[in-house]
Write a protein that binds this ligand. Structure first.
Ligand code: ADP
Ligand code: MG
Length: 168
């Protein structure tokens, strides 16, 4: 964490925290997911490291860009680009019932389809597609994030492709 300066906490989940940070080198802002792994079983620890491996393998304009990861003091840190527009869930709620235009929704929908194609082409299932895991950048692009429960497609997943649990 020496390279980064904490700005504020922007999210908290079962995994730990999402923290907005600033690079001490060049001042760029990033989000770091801090996952406490010291109290985990070795299987759970492997699962957490998998989120890193999955995200690090992706490179697409509609997927949150991974930067680096490291382990320190019993925590796993995942550094990624900051999506300044926050998540789509918050955006929808801030509308207070005012509807988005059809064109806007279609634009976001297509971007998420492109992200999912990139994911599926790599034989990965995201498994948690929802507005809280879709992020908005400052230029209005939407990006898919939070690969926390993603699975690499295997034989089992193939045979259950229509089950709701692996639908995404
Ligand atoms: P989890 O759902 O496991 O708690 P997420 O990766 O979805 O973890 O992060 C939790 C919340 O933190 C998100 O819903 C969002 O509000 C915020 N957040 C996470 N990553 C980013 C990011 N790259 N840019 C902006 N906000 C983020
Ligand atoms: Mg999430």
């Amino acid at each position: 964490m020496d390279k980064y300066e904490k700005v504020k906490k922007i999210g908290e989940g079962s995994f730990g925290k999402a923290i907005l940070v600033k690079s001490k080198d060049h001042g760029h802002q990033y989000v770091i997911k801090e996952i406490g792994i010291s109290g985990m079983s070795s299987k759970e620890r492997q699962e957490s490291r998998k989120e890193v491996a999955v995200l690090a393998n992706m490179s697409h304009p509609n997927i949150v860009q991974y930067k680096e990861s490291f382990e320190e003091d019993g925590c796993l840190y995942i550094v990624m680009d900051y999506c300044e527009g926050g998540d789509l869930f918050k955006k929808i709620n801030s509308q207070k019932g005012v509807l988005f235009s059809e064109a806007q929704i279609l634009d976001w929908f297509v971007q998420i389809c492109l992200a999912l194609k990139h994911v599926h082409d790599r034989k990965i299932l995201h498994r948690d597609i929802k507005s809280q895991n879709i992020f908005l950048t400052k230029d209005g692009t939407v990006q898919l994030g939070d690969f926390g429960i993603a699975r690499v497609l295997n034989r089992y997943a193939h045979c259950c492709l229509n089950s709701p649990a692996v639908f995404h």
